[in-house]
Design a protein around this ligand. Structure first.
Ligand code: B1M
Length: 221
């Protein structure tokens, strides 16, 4: 793999946000995720390659280390910040889709859940695919989804959940939306979510990745 991508992967894995960041101490004064993503793009490396070969595997490594109790929440947070900084550089590439909007898409991470990296990627790709995205952020409950849907009745809805505990809130939100708006289309995703769970809770579609979400919306238009 390209040397810049290897360095970027390390920066995200170890939480080196940018050059000015003094954490982690052994990477002091080195380029961080910010500078390396910029450099990778300047060298003509494809944004999808940067995302899929460096950034996402780095976060997977962080998750594995957290599971093995080799790192704790503060380190995981630094990695998330480094990932967020790198994503800012990729955003314009994924958002440069058509200007004429194909429709509206409301997205949020379900109540009790603060993970937003995957949700932001899905939002970015869908926006890049030509939809207007209304991003409600994290820890979003059924009332907020329903209010936003009522203001934008033509919109489809996306729910993200990263915790097995908050998957239960996903079920409650899908139930509440479907009760009030049975014709609404709800797409769900996030690491613990499965096709089987989607069928069980009555959502319309499950996608393990952002591209699947874009393809589903394309089919609806
Ligand atoms: Co958290 N965390 N975390 N965490 N965290 C996980 C999810 C965990 C698996 C780590 C582990 O134990 N190995 C574990 C969950 C265990 C479980 O429930 N089974 C966990 C835990 C336990 C926790 C806390 C409870 C820790 C604690 O406090 N003791 C706590 C909970 C806080 C809360 O939400 N209430 C917590 C906190 C945090 C941080 C705040 C430190 C940080 C999040 C920062 C942020 O998001 N801004 C964090 C992080 C970074 C992670 C890991 C390491 C990485 C998540 C990530 O961003 N992945 C994660 C371990 C892991 O996933 N390997 C972990 C990269 C991202 C691109 O992937 O989000 O899966 P992902 O999204 C993918 C797909 O899932 C899909 O597309 C994306 C791109 O491919 N997708 C969709 C996502 N949403 C979609 C929606 C769609 C379609 C596709 O349609 C609408």
């Amino acid at each position: 793999m390209n040397e810049i991508l290897i360095k970027l992967m390390h920066c995200i894995e170890f939480g080196k946000i940018d050059k000015a960041c003094s954490y982690p101490p052994n990477m002091k004064d080195q380029d961080g995720a910010d500078e390396l993503t910029k450099k990778a793009l300047e060298r003509g490396i494809n944004p999808t390659e940067i995302l899929e070969n460096a950034m996402i595997p780095a976060m997977a490594a962080v998750g594995d280390k957290f599971t093995r109790k080799e790192i704790y929440v503060p380190q995981m947070l630094m990695s998330a910040k480094a990932m967020g900084k790198a994503m800012l550089h990729l955003k314009p590439f994924f958002q440069s889709g058509e200007t004429k909007r194909k429709g509206k898409f409301i997205i949020g991470t379900v109540s009790g859940d603060l993970h937003d990296i995957g949700k932001n990627l899905v939002a970015m790709m869908i926006e890049g695919g030509g939809w207007e995205v209304i991003d409600l952020g994290v820890d979003v409950g059924e009332d907020k989804f329903i209010q936003t849907l009522e203001k934008n009745p033509e919109a489809s809805i996306g729910l993200s959940a990263l915790l097995t505990t908050t998957m239960e809130n996903m079920r409650k939100i899908v139930f509440a939306i479907k009760q009030k708006h049975p014709g609404s289309k709800i797409l769900i995703g996030g690491a613990p979510v499965t096709q089987e769970y989607c069928e069980k809770i009555g959502a319309d579609f499950y996608s393990p990745d952002p591209q699947g979400a874009v393809n589903y919306l394309k089919k609806l238009t």
